[in-house]
Design a protein around this ligand. Structure first.
Ligand SMILES: [Zn+2]
Length: 253
């Protein structure tokens, strides 16, 4: 069984019912965290997931609402006695900053019980981060104010495809990673520089032939979310929803 959970759905100013946007993917072989904005142990335990079981962490970009829980997560894994290697993926810029941040906390001196392997991604074109039997993950640099990685998950056993825009303005690489996806999780921060409005997300989903569109990185306010859904429906004919914290997609295998 494969499970995709929205751990957080909000833009950079979160609320009690809506954390900053981040996700969890669980397959038969992997537990993948996509971004790490806050204290991850309580978040994962609330969802019934053992934080020590996270196999991979993908960081989309180095903005605080996406990565500020990183140091605490790695420290907690150590103090909880993790032993398995943790794999961290991201653009070179993101991983370099992440390691500088860890160095400020002198993590070289931690008597860590586990290894961390950083996997820098070039991102100039849609390239594989990994290709395992359960999931192939592709990433490409999209169009934000700093280097940012958009993601396309392909599940070979079921033929399903799930894409996540990360933070971005509408641009060709986003359309490329979303092409033919069963589910597109697209940011809908608004028509600001380096971001996307709900109408633009709908337009991109339509052009890319997406089946279901979920809006993320949205205001926590529920009325605002209803307005964004209505806005996206003007440009996209398929099912649209503003994602909420805890929203989970489950499919076989
Ligand atoms: Zn951002």
């Amino acid at each position: 069984m494969t499970r995709w959970t929205v751990l957080g759905s909000a833009h950079s100013v979160a609320a009690p019912h809506a954390a900053n946007t981040h996700f969890l993917l669980v397959t038969s072989r992997r537990v993948v965290l996509i971004d790490c904005p806050g204290p991850m142990f309580p978040r994962l335990l609330t969802m019934g997931v053992d934080p020590k079981g996270v196999t991979d962490l993908v960081l989309t970009h180095f903005h605080p609402d996406h990565v500020s829980g990183l140091v605490l997560f790695l420290q907690n894994l150590w103090l909880a006695g993790r032993e398995e290697t943790l794999h961290i993926y991201g653009l070179a810029d993101t991983l370099e900053r992440a390691q500088r941040l860890l160095s400020l906390f002198q993590w070289e001196r931690w008597t860590r019980t586990y290894e961390v392997v950083f996997h820098p991604v070039e991102g100039g074109h849609l390239e594989p981060l990994w290709q395992a039997p359960d999931v192939h993950l592709y990433g490409v640099q999209i169009c934000h104010s700093i280097p940012t990685l958009g993601l396309r998950f392909v599940f070979p056993e079921s033929g399903r495809v799930l894409a996540y825009s990360a933070d971005t303005a509408p641009c060709e690489p986003v359309e490329e990673l979303a092409r033919g996806a069963d589910w597109l999780f697209h940011e809908a921060t608004g028509a600001f520089a380096h971001h996307t409005s709900a109408a633009q997300a709908g337009e991109l989903a339509r052009r890319a032939g997406v089946r279901h569109l979920f809006l993320v990185h949205t205001p926590p306010d529920l009325d605002a979310r209803r307005r964004l859904e209505a806005e996206a429906r003007q440009t996209f004919q398929g099912p649209v929803a503003a994602a909420w914290d805890g929203l989970t997609l489950v499919w076989e295998p």
